[in-house]
Design a protein around this ligand. Structure first.
Ligand code: FMN
Length: 305
């Protein structure tokens, strides 16, 4: 019998398994990211880093709701330059690092990509869902031509694989995914959080200081799964699933829909960092029980039926 392998190759990035942390959840520090890796993740993803330090939105920025969480963090981060040493430290410890990043203009995306590439990241994840972008770029998350333009510019600047992370808050995600692919994206991450809100009936006010935020967790899984399904049909590059993954079975669902790997965010708040190892155990068990010898054999299987 052949040996069972969880190893994956995403656009040349070789990982020991297909489970990563999702960007920004818990505001990960390098030590925490190392802990995530030691707990079984195949690679770690930094919080989204921008060109300048950002304080983010005022509190409350996170609220638990039925089926998950709502957040409006406002991309708080110390700035890409500050994180250079942290990435180097993680690399020294042997941790594969994917640097998530954003900018307010095409030039800022390019500048940040340059800094993170020089820092030694293994891949970049372009966060196309940032709320504060310059007029010139329109609504990056929903504007195919802006996204293509940014992706082209970033790809010109870096030799690293670039994953483009899409928002589910669009009418047709296939068009947006295709634009990223045309721009040279090496993979698509689908998806970021779903726009949502919550109201305190006693105070008669929205709970989040920002009024609206992004929904994550188990309740968004069917939406994220549909996005992965559609993106996988639209592009010829790998897809990474994100949204509500909590168990090995959830990860397998995303893989059957066409994802080569998954990112896990909200589940770490409810299950702790052990969740990465547990999801891998679940994937391994499924492969064994169903007679598969590698993750690759499962990817997109549901699309074929
Ligand atoms: C508190 C919090 C902070 C987040 N920060 C980021 C971020 O900085 N960059 C990003 O691309 N996504 C960010 N996200 C979205 C997650 O990376 C992930 O795509 C989303 O939460 C769906 O996955 P989940 O249901 O497993 O959490 C954040 C989500 C949460 C809950």
């Amino acid at each position: 019998m052949s040996k069972l392998s969880l190893a994956v190759d995403i656009a040349g990035l070789k990982l020991r398994n297909p489970v990563m942390n999702a960007a920004g959840v818990l505001g990960m520090t390098p030590l925490l990211l190392k802990h995530v890796y030691d707990s079984g993740a195949g690679a770690v993803i930094t919080k989204s880093l921008g060109p300048h330090p950002r304080a983010g939105h005022p509190n409350p920025t996170l609220v638990r709701v039925e089926g998950g969480a709502l957040n409006a963090m406002g991309l708080p981060n110390p700035g890409a330059e500050y994180f250079v040493d942290e990435i180097k430290e993680l690399k020294k410890m042997g941790v594969p690092v994917i640097a998530s990043f954003f900018g307010g203009s095409v030039q800022e995306f390019v500048d940040v990509a340059y800094i993170l590439t020089k820092a030694g990241a293994d891949a970049l994840e372009l966060n196309a869902s940032c709320p504060n972008v310059a007029e010139e770029m329109g609504m990056l998350a929903a504007d195919a031509s802006s996204l293509e333009k940014v992706t082209v510019a970033v790809k010109d600047e870096t030799s690293l694989p670039v994953f483009v992370k899409l928002s589910p808050n669009v009418t047709n995600i296939k068009i947006i995914a295709k634009a990223a692919e045309w721009g040279g994206a090496d993979a698509i991450t689908a998806v970021n959080t779903l726009k949502a809100m919550s109201i305190d009936i006693n105070f008669k006010r929205p709970i989040l200081a920002n009024t609206t935020g992004g929904m994550s967790g188990p309740a968004v899984k069917p939406v994220a799964l549909r996005c992965v399904w559609e993106v996988a049909q639209a592009v010829d590059i790998p897809v990474i699933g994100s949204g509500g993954v909590t168990t090995g079975g959830d990860a397998i669902e995303f893989m059957l829909a066409g994802a080569s790997a998954v990112e896990v965010g909200t589940a770490v708040m409810t299950h702790g960092v052990e969740v990465y190892g547990q999801i891998n155990d679940g994937i391994r068990e499924y492969l064994k029980e169903n007679g598969f010898s590698s993750v690759k054999e499962v990817v997109g299987l549901a699309q074929d039926s």
